[in-house]
Design a binder for this molecule. Sequence first.
Ligand SMILES: NC(=O)c1ccc[n+]([C@@H]2O[C@H](COP(=O)([O-])OP(=O)(O)OC[C@H]3O[C@@H](n4cnc5c(N)ncnc54)[C@H](OP(=O)(O)O)[C@@H]3O)[C@@H](O)[C@H]2O)c1
Length: 162
Amino acid sequence: MTVSLVWAQDRAGAIGKGNTIPWRVPEDMAHFKEVTGGGAVIMGRKTWESLPAKVRPLPGRRNVVITRNPVFEAPGAEVTDDVASALDLVGGTASIMGGGEIYAAAMSLATRLRITEIDVRVDGADAFAPDVDPGLWEPTAEGEWLYSSTGTLYRFLDYRRR
Ligand SMILES: NC(=O)c1ccc[n+]([C@@H]2O[C@H](COP(=O)([O-])OP(=O)(O)OC[C@H]3O[C@@H](n4cnc5c(N)ncnc54)[C@H](OP(=O)(O)O)[C@@H]3O)[C@@H](O)[C@H]2O)c1
C-alpha cells in the first residue's frame, strides 16, 4: 500500500492563499495529473471547493472528500469524515492532495512524499505544507531546477519513509 502526499510549495513551505494556489506552473499540473492518474485522490473539503467546476471531480481518478459535515455532498466524489476512513474506502493506496489541514492529518500515515518546490515566496499565505523530518524521511530523488513556460523555476523532490 502506498500513501503518497503530493504537494507544491514555495521556498518557505506555503501551499495556498485565499483558497487558491498562488502561482502558475503548468508543468506541475501535468506532473500532478501523471502521478495521480488512474488512482484515488483524497482531499479536504476546502481543496474540493477550490477546484474549478470543469475538473471537479478530477477526471479519471476516484475522488474522496474529507469533511466533518455529515450532510456535505460532493457530486462525483465520495465523502468521508477522516483520513483513515478515506484510505479504507479506497483499499489503502491513494494520493493525498491537500490542503494544509489534510496533509497535517495524513502525515503519520504517509509512505511517500512527492513535493514540487516552486522558486517563489508568497506573501500572506494561509495554508502550509507539513514539516519533513529528515530523521523520518529519506530523499529518493532530487530533480534539477527547471524553468516553467511561465518563467518560474521549479523542481521535483521525492521522499520515502525511512
Ligand atoms: N500547493 C498545493 O499543492 C496545494 C494542494 C491542495 C490545496 N492547496 C491549497 O490549500 C488550501 C486549502 O487548504 P486548507 O488547509 O485550508 O483546507 P483543506 O485541508 O483542503 O480542507 C480543510 C477542511 O477539511 C476538513 N478536515 C480537515 N481536517 C479534518 C479531519 N481531521 N477530520 C475530518 N475533516 C477534516 C474540514 O472540512 P469541514 O470544514 O467541511 O468540516 C476542513 O475545513 C487552498 O489554498 C488550496 O488552494 C494547495
